[in-house]
Design a protein around this ligand. Structure first.
Ligand SMILES: NC(=O)c1ccc[n+]([C@@H]2O[C@H](COP(=O)([O-])OP(=O)(O)OC[C@H]3O[C@@H](n4cnc5c(N)ncnc54)[C@H](O)[C@@H]3O)[C@@H](O)[C@H]2O)c1
Length: 364
């Protein structure tokens, strides 16, 4: 019999708001089919078996609140379930160290608390919260560019024997040094950089693979993305984007038999358009050659709610991390990372990755 899954959240932004409001949506609408997950039950765990026992953030209007209140605080903008009808969640939001988490463009929106504590003091408080609440998996949805904060949280997980699901492109599960540490302590980690349900990356990867598998020669390709939330505002700071571009570009390159030259592929977040809110627009183009060197090209425009796109994938990542914990499996969970993340330690095709996940769940 599967039990409950106790999860701690890092970065209580729009993605977590969508994740939690989505679970409540399905609770209020039990006849609705749950979309965007592998199966309703994974080794017995369903979407309502997850308890959010603690959260961590830096926003002065989020720290100290219950998770069910904090997810509605500015600058979050997901509003699928009215705040009044969101049931109380016992987990509270605690302080995380700011480090490199808050970028230039978003600082006046996030309004980080002016802490007088050292990072070490905050780390001790966090460890106590994890111990008291029994959080067994930490999920990070930090802003892009939070490399130091991500390493801080990876170390907390190692110190506390807590599994780590890293939804952002700061490399832990796909970094050999960090992967080794998780392996040595036999702690599961799944990462890095969540791959949306039908997001820009999976669409681009799939079409690039199609063109490749059908024997055409891809000559150049681009993917540009715009949106209007703090994620996109933060990504206006080019210095924070280095690993995001690597993660997104490699995700496409990995599907090709022959890599494109670096100057023939551009994949990245491109601009912030305030009125788009959580709507993300992706524009993709592939140019190549067919029989007799005759050129072809294709263009795709994808419009999605970015927050609906990643939540189901994270629910699966949480359940797969729990299955790994139950079975005493540690280190990077390769099938889960390859299927759910843009930048796993080992890239495979999405079809192969899904089959490997199914095998992992079945225990074969
Ligand atoms: N489809 C998707 O939505 C998708 C896909 C892949 C990756 N991601 C990534 O997920 C991440 C989260 O996206 P979002 O839209 O929720 O962003 P967001 O800006 O809404 O939320 C980020 C949260 O992190 C908090 N934060 C900042 N510094 C912190 C620190 N030092 N410690 C703890 N919390 C801190 C902020 O206060 C905010 O609440 C981003 O990195 C995004 O690129 C999202």
């Amino acid at each position: 019999m599967a039990g409950r899954i106790k999860v701690g959240l890092v970065g209580i932004g729009n993605c977590f708001s969508g994740l939690i409001q989505g679970i409540e949506y399905y609770r209020q609408n039990p006849s609705q089919q749950v979309t965007g997950i592998i199966h309703d039950k994974l080794a017995g765990y369903g979407i309502h078996d997850i308890d959010f026992v603690c959260g961590f953030d830096v926003g002065e209007n989020k720290v100290g609140k219950s998770i069910n209140e904090a997810i509605y605080e500015y600058p979050n903008m997901v509003n699928w379930i009215p705040k009044e009808s969101m049931p109380k969640i016992n987990g509270k939001v605690y302080e995380s160290p700011v480090l490199d988490g808050v970028g230039l463009w978003v600082e006046n929106r996030v309004k980080p608390i002016k802490s007088i504590k050292t990072t070490e003091q905050i780390a001790e408080e966090i460890k106590k919260v994890i111990k008291d609440t029994g959080a067994e998996i930490i999920v990070s949805y930090l802003p892009v560019g939070s490399d130091k904060v991500t390493e801080f949280w990876a170390q907390i997980c190692l110190d506390m024997n807590t599994a780590f699901v890293n939804c952002i492109p700061s490399f832990i599960a796909s970094d050999e040094k960090w992967a080794k540490k998780f392996k040595e302590k036999n702690i599961p980690c799944i990462g890095d950089d969540i791959k949306g349900q039908v997001g820009a990356t999976i669409v681009h990867r799939t079409l690039a693979k199609l063109c490749n598998d059908r024997g055409t020669k891809i000559e150049k390709t681009y993917q540009i993305n715009v949106g209007g939330n703090t994620d996109f505002l933060n990504m206006k700071e080019q210095d924070r984007l280095i690993s995001k571009k690597i993660s997104k570009t490699e995700s496409v390159q990995s599907q090709l038999d022959e890599r494109l030259d670096d100057d023939q592929i551009y994949v990245g977040p491109s601009d912030f358009i305030p009125f788009l809110g959580n709507t993300k627009l992706m524009f993709m183009r592939i140019e190549g050659r067919q029989w007799a060197n005759i050129p072809y090209n294709m263009e795709v425009r994808l419009e999605v709610d970015d927050k609906a796109n990643s939540a189901g994938i994270v629910i699966d990542a949480i359940r797969l991390a729990k299955i790994a914990l139950d079975r005493g499996i540690g280190g990077p969970i390769k099938p889960a990372s390859a299927y759910l993340m843009k930048h796993p330690i080992e890239q495979t095709s999405d079809v192969a990755a899904k089959a490997a996940c199914e095998k992992f769940v079945a225990g074969t």
